[in-house]
Design a protein around this ligand. Structure first.
Ligand code: GLN
Length: 464
């Protein structure tokens, strides 16, 4: 079966079962051959698949972004600095997956420490988009999105600090959910920007992404930022319908520069929402234009603080025997260019004399962006926007132009700044490439955005 066939078959009905051992061989064979996408940094061996619990994911293979700590497989964050690193403990999401019966298929490629929008910033080479191998899969959870789109696994976890689950899901034609800040425990998620990071789920369908969300959500005593809120049956929301739902269309997310074919697909999606029983009306989120500068001040400030721990003292397991000189040799220059750029920018915006002008201003802007959402959600149940301004772009196109790269997240960073849930669902193709529509909901409104995405997905399924 070719990869393209797998992409198509992965949108079929939920079909669990099988021990999954054969799939591990499939993944190894496909990834090892000329068709390989470099979606995985490590594939599990059958003996790594520990006996697991009985639950809604019994026997289901799930892939994990390689910034989620696992004991049996290395956790590298796509960085040379953590090459071969083995965590002494396991992330809470991993324990929850096992309890639900899931099998951990392997660890997926990412932009180093989650910093990027194309998975080209990985120290271990880029991941290719299974839909068209000359294109990026998006990022930073590009390996997870590609693994699902290629049919290697039907579900994967990613992390989303500014769009890293939703944007790659859009580029690869799968479903990605970034829940409310605090919905999923981050114990064992390696930190990038702590006030923005959330683990998110990727699935071949809305149902699968929602079921995975249901399994990994919930309070955890090991993460004080996880919320003590009951976890609804998100899988039911996926099929509940949207009769009477009010969908806001924020004018700021539909700029003049949007390509006409992109706009046409978005308009068509709006009509489908109406046909499914929703009411659509325009709204305004006036501070949207400040989102990217605000995000890149806050995210780099937090990253510079979080990454200070990789000073070569704590993660050099091989070092004691080899001495200090070797330690410096191993750690010097081990961060990639994008990570260094962010540490420098983040250190600068936090430095004395500039702190208030940059960091303080960004914090106040963040509050205004969150307030825009509060006001909008007084009027509407959910918001509908593009996930990214364009479909997947060619490998190499934006590597030397960081600002162009940053702008591919212009519609996703606002949800992280405000802490609200967001979801990307496929809404058709432009020139053969998948385009994603984004649904944003109020705090703890995952069920609403899942319902809206489920209705859209059902409408496209009726076409075929
Ligand atoms: N592309 C954004 C960044 O580079 C978002 C990354 C993410 O969500 N991890 O920071």
């Amino acid at each position: 079966m070719s990869l393209q066939d797998k992409v198509l078959s992965s949108s079929e009905v939920l079909n669990f079962g099988g021990s999954g051992f054969r799939s591990l061989d499939d993944i190894k064979e496909l990834e090892g051959g000329r068709e390989g996408l470099n979606a995985f940094l490590a594939v599990a061996e059958p003996e790594d698949l520990e006996a697991c619990g009985q639950g809604p994911l019994e026997g289901v293979m799930v892939a994990l972004k390689d910034n989620i700590c696992t004991k049996r497989l290395p956790t590298t964050c796509g960085s040379r600095i953590l090459k071969g690193y083995r965590s002494p403990y396991e992330a809470t999401v991993v324990r929850r997956l096992r309890r639900a019966g899931a099998l951990i298929a392997g660890k997926t490629n990412l932009d180093e420490f989650g910093m990027g929008s194309s998975t080209e910033n990985s120290a271990f080479g880029p991941t290719l988009n299974p839909v068209d191998r000359s294109l990026v899969p998006g990022g930073s959870s590009g390996g997870s999105a590609a693994a699902v789109a290629a049919g290697y696994v039907r579900m994967a976890l990613g992390s989303d600090t500014g769009g890293s689950v939703r944007q790659p899901a859009a580029f690869c034609g799968v479903v990605g959910i970034k829940p409310t800040y605090g919905r999923i425990s981050r114990y064992g998620l390696i930190a990038f920007a702590s006030s923005l990071d959330q683990i998110g789920t990727i699935g071949a369908t809305v149902l699968e992404a929602s079921l995975l969300l249901e399994v990994v959500s919930g309070h955890d005593t090991r993460d004080s930022t996880s919320a003590e809120k009951p976890v609804p049956r998100y899988r039911d929301a996926a099929v509940q319908g949207i009769e009477g739902m009010v969908v806001g269309i924020p004018t700021e997310y539909f700029p003049e520069q949007l390509d006409p074919p992109v706009r046409a697909l978005l308009d068509d999606a709006c009509e489908r929402l109406v046909a499914a029983g929703a009411e659509v009306r325009p709204v305004s989120l006036p501070h949207t234009e400040f989102a990217i500068p605000c995000y890149y001040v806050l995210a780099t400030a937090e990253a510079s603080s979080n990454l200070a721990r990789y000073d070569g003292v704590r993660f050099g397991a091989r070092l004691p025997a080899e001495g200090l000189d070797r330690m410096y040799e191993l750690t010097r220059g081990n961060f990639g260019a994008e990570v260094k750029r962010r540490i420098m920018l983040g250190t600068y915006v936090l430095s004395s004399g500039y702190y208030d002008a940059y960091y303080g201003t960004a914090q106040r802007t963040r509050a205004s962006i969150a307030h825009d959402f509060t006001a909008a959600f007084n009027e509407v149940d959910v918001l509908f926007t593009p996930t990214s301004p364009t479909p997947a772009f060619p490998l190499g196109e934006r590597v030397l132009d960081p600002v162009a790269m940053y702008l591919s997240d212009v519609f996703t960073v606002t949800a992280n700044l405000a802490g609200i849930p967001g979801l990307s669902v496929p809404i058709g193709t432009v020139g053969g490439l998948p385009l994603g529509g984004q649904l944003l909901g109020p705090w703890w409104g995952e069920s609403h955005i899942i319902a809206a995405a489920g209705a859209l997905e059902a409408s496209y399924r009726e076409d075929t």
